[in-house]
Design a protein around this ligand. Structure first.
Ligand SMILES: [Zn+2]
Length: 330
């Protein structure tokens, strides 16, 4: 028998004497913790000594981010790759429960999209869970951005590519590396560190010059070059200095759907490239799971649950649920 316990922080699941807390669910120290992926908002509360169920890349990324733990597994649940970043997975109890984690349903040249499986209960993310988040064709957006970047480099300008240091930055390099071959490329140290783990798992990312105090003066000199910087670039003096000297910056995010996004992150251009499903992708995932019950966590939870109810699906936001044992499944 599978028992699902719900709380406003998340869901935990018990079967055969084992309890697993899903991402943020917390739970008692004796619980196994499932970590869907290594983004900081998902790993900040991992306790020292906690036993963790996750993929190998996730364990390595967590160690780089200062979270050390023993990896464990058990018989009744499996990890399903979910297309968000390297090592990210959904948590699946066959036929019973699917917890998506952050996911992306679109296939990419370097990574397959998430393929949801059938379950009676689904706990889904809803980062972009309102209709206005409709993402266009990724390859078209990339070639549009490349055209602008190529034009700037052709005129000996510096281009800054801003992205989340784990995941987004590596994906952008895999989109851009081939076309930008021949230009000097630099990467922020944390980006190059995560690049190495992608390479370790067979992803083809071209070597970049890691930005150091020694090579910064040369990086600041005029000339065509590409600089990969993290999403918090606007707080970095180097970013400010490069822009002062005429560099043009580009950001890539699902939030680019919002007109104010370039001002928010202080970039010159922004494009809709996301590691999450868009609104339609979220709906499609729920439909493919064909659940009896949907719980929505992360992002537009109320709105997305409402949309699903409008389509005749029994759905509620997890944030509205307080310590309830919800389901006994067998
Ligand atoms: Zn994430």
């Amino acid at each position: 028998m599978v028992r699902i316990r719900l709380g406003f922080k998340g869901a935990s699941i018990s079967a055969e004497g084992v309890t697993v807390a899903l991402d943020h669910a917390g739970g008692e120290a004796s619980c196994i913790r499932f970590v869907s992926h290594a983004h900081s908002d998902h790993i900040s509360d991992i306790r020292a000594g906690q036993r963790v169920f996750c993929s190998d890349p996730t364990k390595i990324f967590c160690a780089i981010r200062g979270k050390f733990f023993d990896k464990t597994s058990f018989g009744w649940a499996s990890l399903i790759p979910n297309g968000h970043i390297l090592g990210s997975t959904a948590f699946y109890v066959p036929g019973e429960l699917l917890y998506t984690g952050d996911f992306n349903d679109r296939d990419r040249p370097f990574q397959d999209g998430f393929r949801p499986l059938q379950a009676k209960v689904i706990v889904t993310e809803a980062t972009f869970g309102v209709r206005k988040f409709k993402f266009g064709k990724e390859e078209e957006t990339i070639s549009e951005a490349l055209e602008r970047i190529g034009d700037l480099l052709g005129r000996d300008k510096c281009v800054i590519i801003v992205g989340y240091p784990l995941g987004k930055s590596q994906h952008l390099q895999m989109f851009f590396d081939q076309q930008l071959e021949g230009f000097r490329c630099y990467a922020w140290p944390s980006i190059e560190t995560y690049n190495d783990i992608y390479r370790l798992f067979g992803k083809n990312i071209r070597e970049k010059e890691k930005i150091t105090a020694e090579n910064t003066p040369e990086l600041l000199e005029a000339g065509a070059r590409v600089v990969y910087m993290p999403s918090y670039a606007k707080r970095l003096p180097l970013y400010e200095e490069l822009r002062k000297r005429g560099a043009t910056s580009f950001a890539f995010s699902g939030w680019s759907v919002l007109d104010q996004y370039p001002q928010m992150v202080e970039v010159d251009h922004s494009y809709v490239i996301s590691d999450h499903a868009d609104f339609e992708g979220l709906v499609k995932c729920v439909e493919m799971t064909n659940p009896e019950k949907v719980y929505v966590t992360h992002g537009f939870t109320d709105e997305f649950a409402k949309t699903l109810r409008g389509r005749g699906i029994d759905a509620e936001p997890l944030s509205g649920v307080h310590n309830r044992i919800s389901h006994f499944l067998d």
